[in-house]
Design a protein around this ligand. Sequence first.
Ligand code: G1P
Length: 297
Amino acid sequence: MRNKLTKAIFPVAGLGTRFLPATKSVPKEIMTLVDRPLVQYAIDEARAAGIKEFIFVTSRGKGALEDYFDHAPQLEQELRKKGKDDLLEILKSTNMDSGEIAYTRQNKALGLGHAVWCARRLIGNEPFAVILPDDVICGDKPCLAQMVEAYNETGGNVVAAMEVPADKASAYGVLDIKEDRGKIVSTKGMVEKPAFGEAPSNLAVIGRYILTPTVLKMLNQKKTGAGGEIQLTDAIDAARDKGEEVYGVRFEGQRFDCGSKAGFLQATVAFALEREELRDELWGYISGLVNTAKAAE
Ligand code: G1P
């Protein structure tokens, strides 16, 4: 029987400089898509995949994140008094129980691999998931749950994978495919941010991982890679060199790069259009814009 996946790491230590000045005082992960912070989407996805322990790798200035997950007794009492049960329910669904959530700090910005390594003692000798909240994925079945299904079949290390245009590959970790079985691919390598024209395929890694503790051991070596940073991609590939399997899962769903402003705005529009109470008004506005632009052509 495979070791059950119950822990997930959320690297949230980044400065979010692309969203300055907002991120001067608001952690990027608290910025909202419609009315829910970015990080809430990641938490919900993890829960849907059976995750029970949520480990946040934070940094200075991320206090608002801890407050967000805490219970808010005064606010709850106020809503109860006013009979606002629907809001009370929404609020309660964001509360995390003590012991369910842990925070550890990354005290130097040395890269994603280093951020994951900072959580090593909280992981121990178990498989674990990593979720990058910047990558928001919507679909019928949450992405991590799709990966858990694949992992139950394959074991080893499993990463989310998506086809990207050749000229975009150098922004990602890219898989070197051994065998393409359709939904699942096995790999013989993985390259972080390949130089233009040197990507081994157009199958890019998206920010969802199910990893073995061997990856943490590889991270112990603190080797620097692309951009002079300690890369998670390199540690996963090193685990493969040691004889472990690494699989890519072509997930179903739409991915938004909420690390960029354009991606964040697209996700905002997509999620807003899914809300019944917003759809008509927003759609009317967008159609109006399109019609005006067409008339001006
Ligand atoms: C990180 C990973 C990269 C992955 C990407 C997905 O890069 O290092 O392998 O393809 O996330 O979003 P970043 O976007 O942090 O540069």
